[in-house]
Design a protein around this ligand. Structure first.
Ligand SMILES: N[C@H](CCC[C@H](N)C(=O)O)C(=O)O
Length: 276
């Protein structure tokens, strides 16, 4: 039997597998089966801990329920940092991902701040399919139009809307996620600016659908709002699952994300029961 941890950040939930001593070689099909909320453990992302090598405490691999791999997962990074801090007794943790190394600090109250690095603002880095002003994409679907885009290690488009409750996210999300302008698909955020330091946000996640929270999406929303002159450099982002504190630091251009983590339960699973 294989042990796992069921963790979440504001209800964005993860099955965390420890592969540091033995690789599981998960196929996309097996990852999808593990994430299935009826036949498997169920989660928004499968998070694998792998040996990092020099310069980092752990390598974190991020897989969506559709089997696709992602370069960033803010909520999971907080969870993994808390897990490593509990193991090592250190409050500073470095988490390596395919998009780079992230520094995290675990606070005495259990919340975690992750330095998510600098946003990538060039169309090639998002990536987009053609040369485009990432501040206003030539994109419209139903009641939404002209999003801003950036990458936090994964692609994000943020639509700014006057009334979030009037937006049919479940209908628009899948269409926009797969729009030809996004060659690697995209996470689609719908943001309502309540004040220069307060945003409401709902994210249709690439490869996962609507989630209760999206850490990298909250970072992208603040960055895009500031670029548009709609918000300051620091804001509270209110997601359906709760609130994150986001700052786009002027000194080095890095984005800091602060929020809670939780372990819902630990369990055992029989990997042989899941399709290879
Ligand atoms: N679906 C995302 C990965 C998870 C991001 C989200 N859960 C977060 O907290 O940042 C993607 O394919 O880029």
């Amino acid at each position: 039997m294989l042990p796992f941890r069921k963790m979440h950040g504001l209800g964005n939930d993860f099955v965390v597998l420890d592969e540091r001593s033995a690789p599981l070689r998960l196929t996309p099909a097996r990852a999808a089966a593990l994430a299935d909320r009826r036949r498997g453990v169920g989660c928004d992302q499968i998070i694998s801990l792998e040996p990092a090598g020099d310069g980092a405490d752990v390598f974190m691999r991020i897989r969506n329920p559709d089997g696709s791999e992602a370069g960033a997962c803010g909520n999971a990074t907080r969870c993994v940092a808390a897990l490593i801090a509990a193991e090592t007794g250190r409050r500073q943790v470095t988490v390596r991902t395919i998009a780079g190394d992230l520094s995290a600090e675990v606070h005495p109250d259990g919340s975690v701040t992750v330095d998510m690095g600098a946003p990538r603002l060039d169309w090639r880095a998002v990536p987009l399919a053609e040369a485009t002003d990432t501040l206003h994409l030539p994109l419209a679907e139903g009641p939404v139009e002209s999003p801003a885009a950036c990458s936090m290690g994964n692609p994000h488009a943020t639509f700014f809307v006057p009334d979030l409750d009037a937006i049919p996210v479940a209908a628009l999300g899948p269409l926009l996620e797969r729009h030809p302008l996004f060659p690697e698909r995209a996470n689609i955020g719908f943001a309502q600016v309540l004040a220069p330091d307060r945003l409401r946000l709902v994210v249709w996640e690439r490869g996962a659908g609507m989630t209760l929270a999206c850490g990298s999406g909250a970072c992208a929303a603040l960055v895009n709002a500031h670029r548009r002159g709609l918000a300051g450099r620091r804001a509270t982002v209110a997601l359906p699952g709760g609130e994150l504190g986001i700052e786009w630091r002027a000194s080095d251009g890095h984005v800091l994300m602060t929020g809670p983590v939780a372990t819902a339960f630990v369990g055992q699973l029989d990997l042989a029961a899941y399709p290879a």
